[in-house]
Design a protein around this ligand. Structure first.
Ligand code: ZN
Length: 288
């Protein structure tokens, strides 16, 4: 009996080390990316942005002044407009008034590099311990190569405007299956140390920043709803002794992703006596 309890105590201690401090409402801060003072968070994930389109509905490569713009209120699209749901967080830095410049940025998370800055959007991708992919877009240069292990302080690359209108850093996140998840959440998960170096997956594609999100804008006729907020989210928790929540390991907008996260945790802790739980939380939809 004594031996069994000892084993449990070690497992609990190991899991504490692994969990670190995961706080629920933290958003990515520019300091975490080593970006200069004065960097601003200019766009939130899962907002609708309106673009000009041509006669056949293709988004214009070069957007006129004032486009794209983010919806703050419900909006009726004009004939030559369409919208996209923005999947990521944008960080913007101006060295002087209205002059954005390329700057170095850090990974901000623990993981392994699976894509090192090539492709249409200059994407650098880091895979964290649970398989989630964090993508840094529009870079002009990479300081890392595929297979490199990174920590939050590792210099990852240089910001740029590859596939974008102006120099900024766009960060988005996908689960293992390519579904968009909150980049802020992925960043919090990425504070946990990588347990083993995962083999970079050569089949990983360059996820289009505008394709597929579980969070969709409501469109009736041509009216786009500004508040793209899901009605509920799923929190994945690790349940320890006495039914106590020992650790929050994820928050998701759909059950499928939450379930996959719970299964992944079980797979990576085969020796653990703990269970995971997926709990649905209703969100109040912001109606302004
Ligand atoms: Zn962006």
């Amino acid at each position: 009996m004594r031996i069994a309890c000892g084993v449990i105590a070690i497992l609990v201690a190991a899991s504490r080390l692994f969990a670190q401090d995961v706080s629920r409402d933290d958003r990515i801060k520019p300091e975490q990316l080593g970006l200069p003072k004065g960097t601003q968070r200019t766009s939130e994930p899962f907002v609708a942005r309106v673009y000009k389109v041509d006669d056949v509905g293709n988004f214009l490569k070069k957007q006129p002044d004032g486009y794209p713009f983010t919806l703050r209120n419900d909006y009726v699209l004009k004939a030559d407009e369409d919208f996209r749901t923005h999947q990521g967080v944008d960080f913007y830095f101006e060295a002087s008034k209205s002059k954005p410049v390329p700057v170095d940025f850090n990974a901000g998370v623990n993981g392994v590099v699976v894509k090192a800055g090539d492709g249409q959007w200059g994407t650098i991708t880091v895979q964290i311990y649970d398989g989630t992919l964090i993508q840094y877009l529009h870079t002009t240069a990479s300081h890392v190569k595929v297979g490199d292990l990174v920590t939050p302080e590792t210099k990852l690359g240089v910001t740029g405007r590859t596939g974008a209108g102006k120099i900024h850093l766009h960060i988005q996140a996908k689960d293992k299956n390519g579904n968009a998840i909150s980049p802020d959440l992925a960043f919090r998960l990425g504070q946990s140390k990588l347990q083993s170096k995962e083999k970079p997956d050569p089949t990983l594609i360059d996820f289009d920043p505008d394709i597929y999100s579980p969070v969709k804008a409501n469109v009736i006729e041509r009216k786009v709803t500004a508040a793209i907020k899901p009605e509920s989210k799923w929190i994945v928790e690790v349940i320890g002794e006495g039914g106590r929540v020992d650790e929050v390991i994820g928050e998701f907008f759909d059950y499928q992703s939450a379930s996959r996260c719970a299964i992944a945790w079980g797979d990576s802790h085969p020796e653990s006596l703990k269970l995971t739980r997926e709990r649905e939380v209703k969100l109040s939809v912001d109606k302004k």
